[in-house]
Design a protein around this ligand. Structure first.
Ligand SMILES: Cc1cc2nc3c(=O)[nH]c(=O)nc-3n(C[C@H](O)[C@H](O)[C@H](O)COP(=O)(O)OP(=O)(O)OC[C@H]3O[C@@H](n4cnc5c(N)ncnc54)[C@H](O)[C@@H]3O)c2cc1C
Length: 515
């Protein structure tokens, strides 16, 4: 993004707030605080990407992902790299799929309703007001009326369906499952974005996970961050925060970050960590703070994200078009289920290299089988799920004894799905196979997968149960806040990006009320 003419703060100046990270958690808050007149500085580990460098080539597109090694273990080790957090101005929104279902009220009350999982210390109606604000701010397209929430309206008509979307709709019609065009932060009409300029309506490319240069896909780098800079915020790219400094009373006084090979200090009156579900707990564990509950790094959550691919007689060419153009929310609470929570389904198109790695990792397909599968991949259409994940003490992030390129201990992540996650997988796999078969698939293939890095610094009313309160403020340190996917008490069935941006505006308002 264009940072020319940006206000710059002196590092010796005590700014009001430092924000670590510029993704879905950091950026909306940065803009809101700057617009209310606070002196704010964002420190971002990765570069300030030039959209002209975005390439649909998946092998060359990894600059937008956090590629520094992490150790991944447990029964279902989480895949990192391009399947994970962002790196650079815009964070994970530069590579996200922009699929934007809203959070379901039942998911926020899971424990109250079922006795399992965790409740969110947040009022759903209040959260939805922020969600609607984000949808207006970034430009979300979708069907009006929305089948599972008829009062909801979307700004623009939904993205055009690609072949996998048409097939999912066809299968759903046969089975009597409601399915509809999906909500997506993809423009279907040109839009003048305040402080950024013209964003073009989508040309229906399938390579949006590799960065989208014309502005059809909303990222924080073309929405909230230009607004933040226009309001006087400073964004420092290539600045890796490693140390949180405190005074004798334990309050944060500033951070030390690595930039151009040097350690630099920025002083601040308050600190917001928005580094994501792995980096925020890693930073807190490394500094040994905000952990009187022992909950930092605990309860790592990953959405169930199993995919089923069907082989059809006709060519699908699923690399074309918006990849996730159809949704069903009929399984958020499936009747007669032997599990708590539920899942969403979305149609799937895919780029070739991503499909290849999914076949290897999730399907155990190797050698000539893999070559055969890839040579005929243009006949395959997929459906994927996004499923609830319950907190478990066994799933966690710890520090390893190996250090990374910035001298920080690398993260070790352990993740094993529990009985509830496995039961959801079974139900969803059966549904996805039925849908693809009803649409005419000759055969189906299941690819095991999880997605997103959530939990690890969860919100709680009780300080013994979590790291931050329902506003995102540390239970231990009153000028430390967390605003990213790490605060999720449970995963929700909705994908996390839209909810995260809503939480970010909400945390900003809470900070403004208390500062
Ligand atoms: C392939 C993929 C597709 C996705 N598609 C969707 C989708 O379609 N819909 C949806 O809702 N969600 C989607 N998501 C999830 C979505 O991207 C995340 O929920 C969201 O970006 C998380 O926001 P965050 O602020 O927690 O972290 P991020 O957006 O990852 O931002 C964290 C930022 O902090 C920076 N940072 C970390 N540590 C430091 C440090 N020490 N110093 C300075 N900076 C630091 C990072 O470089 C990064 O820029 C997808 C994710 C992936 C991986």
């Amino acid at each position: 993004m264009n940072l020319d003419g940006m206000r710059r703060f002196d590092r010796d100046e005590i700014v009001d707030v430092v924000v670590v990270g510029t993704g879905a958690g950091g950026a909306p808050l940065l803009a809101r605080l700057a617009e209310r007149g606070l002196r704010v500085v964002a420190l971002e580990a990765g570069p300030n990407h030039d959209p002209a460098d975005y390439t649909p080539d998946e092998v060359e597109a990894t600059a937008i992902n956090w590629m520094s090694s992490r150790f991944s273990g447990g029964d279902a080790p989480t895949a990192f790299g391009p399947n994970n957090s962002g790196f650079g101005v815009g964070g994970g929104t530069v590579h996200w799929g922009a699929f934007t279902p809203r959070p379901d009220a039942r998911d926020l009350r899971l424990r109250t309703e079922t006795g399992e999982g965790a409740d969110w210390p947040i009022d759903h109606d209040e959260l939805i007001r922020y969600v609607a604000q984000v949808e207006a701010d970034i430009g979300v397209s979708g069907p009006t009326p929305y089948p599972w929430d008829p009062s909801r309206t979307y700004l623009y008509p939904p993205p055009r369906r690609n072949a996998p979307a048409d097939l999912m709709l066809a299968g759903a019609a046969v089975l009597g499952i409601r399915a509809a065009d999906a909500p997506a932060a993809i423009l279907t009409r040109d839009r003048l974005q305040p402080h950024h300029g013209l964003r073009h309506a989508t040309t229906n490319v399938g390579s949006i996970h590799q960065g989208e240069r014309h502005g059809a896909k909303a990222t924080t780098a073309i929405t909230y961050l230009p607004a933040a800079v226009a309001a006087g915020a400073e964004i420092r790219p290539d600045a890796v925060v490693h140390t949180i400094e405190r005074d004798a009373r334990g309050r944060v006084t500033g951070v030390v970050y690595r930039e151009d090979g040097e350690d630099r200090r920025q002083r601040c009156a308050a600190l917001v960590l928005a580094g994501g579900g792995v980096e925020t707990p890693r930073l807190l564990l490394h500094n040994g703070i905000a952990n009187s509950s022992g909950q930092v790094g605990r309860n790592f959550l990953a959405h169930g994200a199993v995919q089923v691919w069907g082989r059809f007689d006709e060519q699908i060419r699923g690399y074309r078009g918006y990849p996730s153009a159809v949704i069903t929310e009929d399984f958020v609470r499936p009747a007669g289920a032997d599990f708590v929570g539920g899942y969403l389904l979305q149609s799937l198109g895919v780029m070739p290299f991503t499909y290849a790695t999914s076949l290897v990792r999730g399907g155990g397909v190797w050698g000539t089988d893999l070559v055969d599968e890839l040579e005929t991949a243009r006949y395959s259409a997929g459906i994927g799920m996004n499923a609830e994940c319950l907190p478990s003490d066994e799933n966690r992030i710890e520090l390893s004894s190996e250090t990374d390129e910035w001298g920080l201990p690398r993260a070790t992540i352990t993740f094993s799905p529990g009985a509830n996650e496995k039961a959801i997988d079974d139900h969803a796999i059966a549904t996805m196979i039925d849908l693809l078969t009803a649409a005419g698939a000759r055969s189906t293939r299941v690819l095991a997968r999880s997605a997103h890095t959530l939990g690890t610094c969860r919100m709680s009313d009780d300080p013994a149960e979590g790291v931050v309160d329902g506003s995102g403020r540390s239970h231990d340190i009153d000028n430390l806040w967390v605003c990213d996917n790490s605060t999720y008490p449970s995963a929700l069935t909705a994908n996390p990006g839209l909810t995260q941006m809503a939480l970010s505006l909400r945390t900003a308002d809470r900070m403004l009320a208390g500062l």
